[in-house]
Design a protein around this ligand. Structure first.
Ligand code: HEM
Ligand SMILES: [Ca+2]
Length: 322
């Protein structure tokens, strides 16, 4: 089988072999893999700029549940309880049709070779680049799960009203630290969120029927007009209203000004942990520092317990196990 990296397992495993991800994984088996991904992305994102954001988020929601194994793409079936119906995912995750299109093209060019988990990682990177963000060398060789976990999807993915402590804990569970938390939250430089995810901040942040005091007043009135106290749950607002389709560091500037959309964005600056506050300031001041760290943290997130070697499979259709 081409592309396996037979390195010695040195991390306490007793089995002897370990397989790690590496950028040239498809060099011989499907050298055009990234070009095919990029050609589909170019069209999809030109057609709808928000698609870049939706695809970036898909990789995150995959990696935080059972690792980066494309579990998030599986539909309900006799053996699968789909993660698509979890609290954080239902009526929210988008981009599945674009992944299907990429997979169909890859199956034509290189049958049963490129995993759905690697497609998610390639699509996340490509979406970042096409939105004006950083590029990075992307380790590949993930394989696809034969299982999904609705319950883990409900427990591992942080909710939008999280405290800073809560965010730090959920990221630590994945081997990610405060630096990764702040940099990866910068993914909110693109895309949209539904009213239901930030309504609490407008009308009852602390159980006293008062808005979140950290919200800028003008921004607060704007948000109220798209997100009424009752109804309108599916109305959407940009996570970075200054440039919702451009991958830049304005997300961090907005947070400094009380114009971050979600509680989870604002607490990076106002929550009681000096480290994340300093990082928000530094990324707001220095876009290239943010880009460098975002790239590093994306590689780290993409390395969360992948299936490698002979584990898992390469699905033919990302929506079902073979
Ligand atoms: C730190 C914890 C995080 C929380 C609490 C969080 C929460 C959310 C919420 C509530 C939404 C809106 C969903 C909706 O209304 O349907 C959203 C959207 C989004 N998130 Fe996060 N997120 C987090 C981290 C991340 C990370 C690590 C990434 C990627 C690196 C990311 C990328 C995105 C993107 C791009 C969107 C917009 C998606 C679209 O427009 O379709 N988020 N997030
Ligand atoms: Ca997964």
């Amino acid at each position: 089988h081409p592309g396996f990296n037979f390195g010695w397992g040195g991390h306490g495993g007793s089995s002897g072999w370990s397989f790690s991800l590496f950028p040239e994984f498809y060099q011989f088996s499907c050298p055009q893999a990234n070009d095919i991904v990029m050609s589909v992305l170019e069209r999809a994102i030109a057609n709808e700029p928000r698609m870049a954001a939706s695809l970036l988020r898909l990789h995150f929601h995959d990696c935080f549940v059972q690792g980066c194994d494309a579990s998030v793409l599986l539909d309900d079936s006799a053996t699968i309880v789909s993660e698509k119906n979890s609290g954080p995912n239902k009526n929210s995750l988008r981009g599945f049709e674009v992944i299907d299109e990429i997979k169909a093209k890859l199956e034509e060019a290189c049958p049963q070779t490129v995993s759905c988990a690697d497609i998610l990682a390639l699509a996340a990177r490509g979406s970042t680049v096409l939105s004006g963000g950083p590029n990075w060398e992307l380790p590949l060789g993930r394989r696809d799960s034969k299982t999904a976990s609705l319950t883990t999807s409900n427990t591992n993915i942080p909710p939008p009203n999280s405290t800073l402590q809560n965010l730090v804990t959920l990221f630590k569970r994945q081997g990610l630290d405060e630096v990764d938390l702040v940099a990866l939250s910068g993914g909110h430089t693109i895309g949209m969120a539904r009213c239901v995810t930030f309504k609490q901040r407008l009308y009852n942040q602390n159980g006293n029927n008062q808005p979140d005091q950290t919200l800028d007043k003008g921004y607060y009135y704007n948000l109220k007009s798209v997100c009424p106290k009752s109804g309108g749950d599916n109305n959407i607002s940009p996570l970075d209203f200054a440039a919702p389709a451009k991958f830049d560091n304005t997300y961090f500037k907005l947070i400094l000004w009380g114009k971050g959309l979600l509680t989870s964005d604002e607490v990076l600056f106002t929550g009681s942990a000096g480290t994340t506050m300093q990082l928000v300031k530094r990324y707001a001041e220095d876009e290239s520092l943010f880009f460098d760290q975002f790239a590093k943290s994306m590689v780290k997130m993409g390395n969360i317990s992948p299936l490698t070697g002979f584990k898992g499979e390469v699905r033919k259709n990302c929506r079902r196990v073979d």
